[in-house]
Design a protein around this ligand. Sequence first.
Ligand SMILES: NC(=O)c1ccc[n+]([C@@H]2O[C@H](COP(=O)([O-])OP(=O)(O)OC[C@H]3O[C@@H](n4cnc5c(N)ncnc54)[C@H](OP(=O)(O)O)[C@@H]3O)[C@@H](O)[C@H]2O)c1
Ligand SMILES: [Zn+2]
Ligand SMILES: [Zn+2]
Length: 352
Amino acid sequence: MYKAKAYSAASAASPLASGTVARRDPTEHDVQIEILFCGICHSDLHQVRNEWKSVMPTVYPCVPGHEIVGRVTRVGSAVTKYKRGDLAAVGCLVDSDGVCPECQAGLEQFCPNLTLTYNSPDKHLGGVTYGGYSDSIVVDERFVLKVPSSLDLAGAAPLLCAGITTYSPMRHWGVTKGKKVGVVGLGGLGHMGVKFAHALGAHVVVFTTSLGKKEDARRLGADEVVVSRNADEMRKHAGSFDFILDAVSADHDIDAYIQLLRRDGNITLVGAPEKPLAVPVFGLIFKRRSFSGSPIGGILETQEMLNFCSEHNIIADVEVIPIQKVNEAYERLLKANVKYRFSIDMASLKAE
Ligand SMILES: NC(=O)c1ccc[n+]([C@@H]2O[C@H](COP(=O)([O-])OP(=O)(O)OC[C@H]3O[C@@H](n4cnc5c(N)ncnc54)[C@H](OP(=O)(O)O)[C@@H]3O)[C@@H](O)[C@H]2O)c1
Ligand SMILES: [Zn+2]
Ligand SMILES: [Zn+2]
């Protein structure tokens, strides 16, 4: 065991503060990574503030962070895919049972015994796992990803959650050329969704509540931008979408988007607001529309997504910040005021 520097929250009401956490020494299958950048996901904020208490109550202290890129510093004797000095990444998953049908299918995100990167029971040390707002992490090599060398590291970090969470449902629901695709909420997830839908050849429409994001939406790859508070603008798109990805972090009118789907269209929620959304049934019944959700992605698909990003020159648009600004960043997230992902430069943690 060793001590790693980390920023953690002591309770739902506490700001994140500097401290240390225990990490295991690498076992034979483990990779130890010096963390260089870690993205800030809105899920970090939900979890730190215990907003998902009915499903995943937070255990304190909580060290969030699941958009991790860094450099390998040590490997266990049985590790074959990584060596000291390699670039490496870790996303939302650090373990699973490996034997259930989901794992056998390469869909570890559905494993009943998965271990999330933070706030999950830690099989090695007891307590819970600690995430990437830290100077290092130790992870089984099966859950470590290769970072294509062409990608800027600060901008690559958010691919590990915002990237895979938007890429996976778009692949699952067949987003491709000729499809009309909506992306709701131009935040960290939403802006990645726009980039992927555009790269996959779809006609992309962004729905935003922020007037000031219209130009950016086009630059990121949107063909059209709709200010969702404008009912006239919304009505023009009624019954026309094949697929809509909803990446909104707070309560909103979901039926307004269901009405925009064509027959057999699908809306997938990746946004995970604290409170339930109201779904009037007739919006779904009349056009045989479907309403679904999607969690992150498996390891195989995450690597596929990273390689896709390398081929298509895709990274997140990031504001790089020192860890000391993390609490301020959370307040800005709540105001939908980030362009479009915070990426923490973990060198700043050395000063603590
Ligand atoms: N399913 C999964 O596996 C998964 C993975 C990661 C994250 N998530 C969840 O996905 C959600 C988004 O995460 P994120 O990191 O992308 O968050 P984010 O960067 O804060 O973006 C959320 C966006 O939602 C819009 N929004 C915020 N409040 C709103 C409101 N009251 N009404 C309408 N729109 C509003 C804003 O876009 P505009 O300014 O354009 O309106 C905002 O930029 C979070 O709930 C997060 O926990 C889920
Ligand atoms: Zn996330
Ligand atoms: Zn499994």
